[in-house]
Design a protein around this ligand. Structure first.
Ligand code: NAD
Length: 508
């Protein structure tokens, strides 16, 4: 079955945040749209709101005025479910409760025609469970839009056990005809994005709990070194700490309390204290009118040491060399060393983190002046690098390391020594979850990377990132983390297969 013809009437049930957004998308695609809400007057109010935003978009030149007017006129409220007879697709966006959704679809089966498609926008309830009570569950699938639906391009098309592949295809083609990018997923907890993104929040929250760094520095590092659009603290403040905590808890429960999904005590404390983020004025950060903006903790300027050497030809070593050269700083080059050092600055020896703490690595190497650098999305252009010194590192050596990095044009974020540091630890766990998700047949590798780039704006898909870094490197980081911090960090079977075979993850 191809995309629904624009003359097909689309019904949207639930006129809240998501329902209104989906109705706007369908109307702009040319469909007549009927909006129904259980709360009297809510549908008409939502339509007035949509018409307002369409007018604003047209006034700002972001939307053709004729199209905006036509879409506004295509929307009509339905006072009861009987008013939805005659539509060819119903998208449900009501309260996130299984009993409410099954009751709604059960009632709709008695109203709409046998060939009408049914879609749920649920973010966490299994599509299989919603379809279980239906006479014709084969025509039900998930159509998971992201908030705000008019702006976010991704739609996860979710198939339950009974969803007919033709239904999934029709929903997918229709989403594409509406200007969205559909990806296909099996109905498993969190689908794609809400599952694979969990470590982005969970590892950040754990680093804060372990006092490795403060929220402002964490956000800054994830943006300026990791290349993410937002850090975990500012992002959860935007989402709402209560909403983010509820999704984390639901995924953790659905995965039978797997340690990697364990909810954060720190986040629960914010929820308990009413610090829900932007909407309550305070979360990790303070959004009250006179509050100063968050300030990351960066190292004060230090002089560049006289003797510098760059070792090997890794992306980090190459970037350091190019950045020093561009700034006219003299240094020696040396072939790759057995201990995998990246640079030497006076007495300080710098390495890329491999998942061991600097302290452990200093002990293993019998080299007290050991300092570790974090993973950067692109070390040639990153503006900030986190630095962790071994506990046994002499203070002058630490200053020499900072001096070298500053001479190469980096802001230096000194953090408490922690296995895997910040970006490496988070990215390794994102990759692990992504690999496991594909391995379990939830979606294809291509759809996974696409979903993470479009659904949460990641700079690279996690599987693509793994192939750039190397599965062996990620596996080593996770195995070191696992040794120091337990099962949470166990490399999944797909990653182990990639490591043992020496083949990229996509083929694993
Ligand atoms: P919301 O609270 O803003 O809106 C829900 C609307 O549904 C309300 O207007 C309510 O009156 C109405 N409603 C409740 N029960 C109803 C019923 N039985 N029949 C008709 N109308 C009913 O909620 P939302 O944020 O728009 O979420 C709606 C759905 O979309 C949920 O399943 C949610 O999990 C999912 N979702 C939400 C987001 C998000 O970021 N808000 C993102 C993706 C998916």
């Amino acid at each position: 079955m191809a995309a629904l013809d624009p003359s097909t009437i689309v019904a949207v049930v639930g006129a809240g945040t998501m329902g209104a957004g989906i109705a706007q998308v369908a109307a702009l695609a040319g469909h007549p749209v009927r909006l129904h809400d259980a709360r009297p007057g809510a549908a008409a109010q939502a339509i007035a709101g949509i018409q307002d935003s369409l007018r604003t978009l047209a006034a700002r030149g972001k939307l053709d005025a004729g199209l905006a007017q036509a879409a506004g006129q295509a929307l009509s409220p339905a006072d009861d479910l009987a008013g939805l007879a005659g539509c060819g697709l119903v998208v449900e966006a009501i309260v996130e409760r299984l009993d409410a959704k099954t009751a709604l679809f059960g009632a709709l089966e008695g109203i709409v025609a046998p060939d009408c498609l049914l879609a749920t926008n649920t973010s966490s309830i299994p599509v299989t469970a919603i379809g279980a009570g239906l006479r014709h569950p084969e025509r039900l699938g998930g159509m998971h839009f992201f908030n705000p639906a008019p702006r976010m391009p991704l739609v996860e098309i979710v198939s339950g056990l009974d969803t007919d592949p033709a239904t999934a295809r029709a929903l997918s083609d229709t989403a594409a005809a509406w200007g969205k990018t559909p990806v296909s997923a099996r109905s498993t907890p969190g689908f794609i994005v809400n599952r694979v993104a969990r470590p982005f929040y969970a590892e950040g929250l754990r680093l804060l709990q372990e006092q490795v760094l403060d929220p402002a520095t964490l956000d800054h590092i994830m943006r300026a070194c990791g290349g993410f659009r937002m850090g975990p603290c500012e992002l959860t403040d935007l989402i709402g700490q209560d909403v983010n905590a509820a999704v984390s808890r639901s995924v953790w429960t659905a995965f039978h309390h797997a340690p990697r999904f364990e909810p954060s005590m720190l986040q629960q404390e914010l929820v308990d204290g009413g610090r829900l983020g932007r909407k309550s004025g305070r979360g990790f950060h303070d959004y009250r009118p006179d509050a100063p903006p968050p300030q990351p903790r960066l190292a004060a300027p230090h002089p560049c040491p006289d003797t510098l050497s760059i070792h090997g030809d890794t992306p980090l070593a190459r970037a350091l060399a190019e950045r020093l050269r561009a700034r006219g700083i003299a240094f020696e080059t040396a072939p790759a060393a057995r201990d995998c050092r990246v640079a030497r600055a006076g007495e300080a020896i710098l390495y890329l983190t491999d998942g061991r703490s600097a302290t452990e690595r200093a002990r293993d190497l019998d080299q007290p002046a050991t300092l570790l650098l974090d993973l950067a999305l692109d070390p040639a252009t990153a503006s900030c690098l986190p630095l962790a010194a071994a506990r046994q590192c002499p203070e002058p050596a630490r200053r020499e390391a900072i001096g070298l990095l500053q001479a190469a044009g980096f802001e230096v974020a000194p953090i408490r020594d922690a296995p895997g540091m910040v970006v490496m630890r988070t990215v390794a766990m994102l990759i692990n979850e992504a690999a496991d998700t594909v391995h379990q047949g939830v979606c294809s590798a291509a759809d996974l990377d696409l979903a993470m780039r479009l659904g949460v704006n990641y700079p690279l898909g996690p599987l693509d990132w793994c192939n750039r870094i190397g599965a062996g490197t990620i596996g080593a980081v996770l195995n070191h983390l696992r040794r120091s911090d337990g099962e949470r960090y166990r490399p999944c079977i797909a990653l182990q297969t990639a490591i043992h075979s020496g083949k990229p993850l996509h083929d694993a």
